[in-house]
Design a protein around this ligand. Sequence first.
Ligand SMILES: *Cc1c(COP(=O)(O)O)cnc(C)c1O
Length: 481
Amino acid sequence: MPEPQPGRESILRLIPSIDEILQTAEAHRIVGEAGQRKLLALARAACESLRNQIKEEAISNGTSKSDLLASAVKSMQASWSAENRSGLRRVINATGVIVHTNLGRAPLSENAKKAILEQASGYCTLEYDLQTGKRGKRGARAEMLLAEITCAEAAVIVNNCAAAAFLVLTVFAKGKGVVISRGELVEIGGDFRVPDVLAQSGAYLQEVGTTNRTKLSDYEKAITENTGMILRVHPSNYKIVGFTESPDLSALAELAPKKDLLLYEDAGSGAMLDLSEFGLNDEPVIAESISAGVDIATFSGDKLLGGVQAGMIVGRKPLIDSIRKHPLYRALRVDKLAYAAIEATLDAYARETALTEVPVLKMLSMTKQAIEERTSRFAQRLGAQIDKDSDLKIQVIDGTSLVGGGSAPGTRADTALLALIHTKMSEVELERALRFSETPVIARILEDRVVIDLRTVCESEEDELFDILTRLSRFSRQNPS
Ligand SMILES: *Cc1c(COP(=O)(O)O)cnc(C)c1O
């Protein structure tokens, strides 16, 4: 009989049992957050991973039982923390992109947050009229405010602008032709393609003009007996420049009723105010579209309007009423939390305090000088805190912020940036370290530096950012936490 060799077989026998893992202090901590079932799955996966590592000889034969237990616990913790990080987490947006689609578009105003929490998170008057004690109209005040601010006869709110466009086309153009300029057959955000939405709604496309130039006569010539609508789409995320032409909305508004057609504008971003002084020259102001004579306009609630995800539909009252009566509306309507936030956001527009109250507008209207002062103050404070021979080198430099995402293509605003260089980390490692901090900081890489744009960092987040950067100044590659 050969002597049992210390080797793969014997070390496999040292793998801790599930029970042993469950007895550790770390397991007791995780169970409180994750629950028993999840903990068990994590412990099993940790053992499995140990077994594989031993088979692949990634763990040496001399490893002790307690080392294996420690290793299992560590891998369990790592899996749990990775899963946690994959959930919805608050982040500090230091990219300077104001309407950042991947980071949740518009941040809410303080009043909107408060309204969600205090007015809508429990029982509320969603469909209840306090005056009469009877059933009330869902979202009545939010929709009334929306109509008032956009100077429309009526308004109705649905899940998002894609839903709004789909609903409008379904209710008014199903089985009919929709005339649209070739320059407006755009794709917005991956899965919203104007021709596809049109086809889904049961309408058919009557494209006119060319990519860069479409005349009123092109629209006129295309109209047939079966045409039901003229559609104008705001190409929100790209721009045709140079030799371009398209008829004014008011010219289309004159043509439409003559041919017994509806004029519908998908305005996208939802500017309630003229934002040209902040560099947004091409954003349709909804009230202007209405006064130019569109019958219906749709736009997002969480782009330039600065509220929550929602699709706003405004226009003539009989049309809005038909939308509300359509069975598809029931499937696309919004919940009480959205109504609460929208109502509070629109209140700021009604009071004319939106520029100082609604974060998107506040960030948009910040001057370069104001950001530069704030950034310099922050840099000075940071400089005083971190050691002279610290690993983190900071500098304030000139740069540009982008408005968005799904809005205002190419609109840039001058800004000041906090530029960071870390002597022990590359710019890629530093960007990652920021992203992996307790509150993730999302920053940009500019050449060999990581840059922080305070335009999109709320003042209430500054201390947190300060602490994160202070910690990073003492962080070296040897001890990644
Ligand atoms: C952004 C946008 C949409 C889609 O809006 P969501 O609110 O994201 O659904 C539709 N049309 C236009 C013109 C847009 O700009």
